[in-house]
Design a protein around this ligand. Sequence first.
Ligand code: DC
Length: 242
Amino acid sequence: MTAAGRKRGGVKNIGGALQIAIDGPAASGKTTVARRLASRLHVIYLDTGAMYRALAFLALQTRTDVDNEDALVRLCDGQQIHVVLDPGAPMGFRIAAGGRELDEEALHSNEVTAIVSTVAALPRVREAMVGEQRRIASEGPVVMAGRDIGTVVLPDAAVKIFLTASVEARVARRRAQLEAAGVDVAGHRLAEEIEERDRLDRSRPVSPLVAAPDAHVIDSSSLTAQQVADEIERIVNAAAGR
Ligand code: DC
C-alpha cells in the first residue's frame, strides 16, 4: 500500500500530533461526523473502512478468494492500494486500487459489502492495514474513523469516541448515503446487512468492534451530524484544556 503525501491546502496543524479516533458499528454516522470534525479542526481525515473496502474491491477484480489470506496480504503489500489525503476530494480523501480511483459507488457496491467483513477479519490483512494507518497518522494531526482505531491503531489518541445508534437510525442513514452516492438501494436488505456486519465485526477474534475503555460513548440515534460534531468538539476542547 502507498499513501501519497497529504494535500496541505488549508490544513493547519493545531499543535502536536492531535489524534482523534472515531469508532462504531456500520452506518453509525462515523464518517460524516469524522469528516465534519476534521474540517472544523483543519486536520486530515481518513475513513479506514475505505481501505478494507478497496482491498475487497481488488479481491473481486483479481478473482482472489476471500479466504486466501496469503494472496490478500500480497495485494495489500503490492502497492496496489493507494491513499491520498485530500480534504477537497468528494470523500475527503482519495483511494485507488489496481490503478483505478474508487468512488463511493464502487466502494459500497453490493459485491464489495458482501465480502468486506470476511476480508477484514483476517489477522495478517489487519496487520498490514494497521501498519499503513499508523504510518499515515504519524504524518500529522488526524481524525481517523473505523472499528479499531481507539483500541488498536491509535491506542494513545487524545480523544476516543465510540459512536452508536439504533439499527433503525442506521438503516435510514445508510439508505440516504447510498442514494446520494447514486447506488440503487432496491437490491439491498439494509437492516439485515447491517445486523450481519455488526455480528461479524463484533465476533471476530482479532480486533473485534468494541469501545475502548477510555472512549466517550455517544448514542447518535436522535442527534444530527452537526450535534454529534459539536459534542465531540466540546470533548476535544476539554481534553486540550480549552
Ligand atoms: O465502515 P465500513 O462499513 O466502510 O467498513 C467496512 C468493513 O471494514 C466493516 O465490515 C468492518 C471493516 N473495518 C474494520 O474491520 N476495521 C476498520 N478500522 C474499519 C473497517
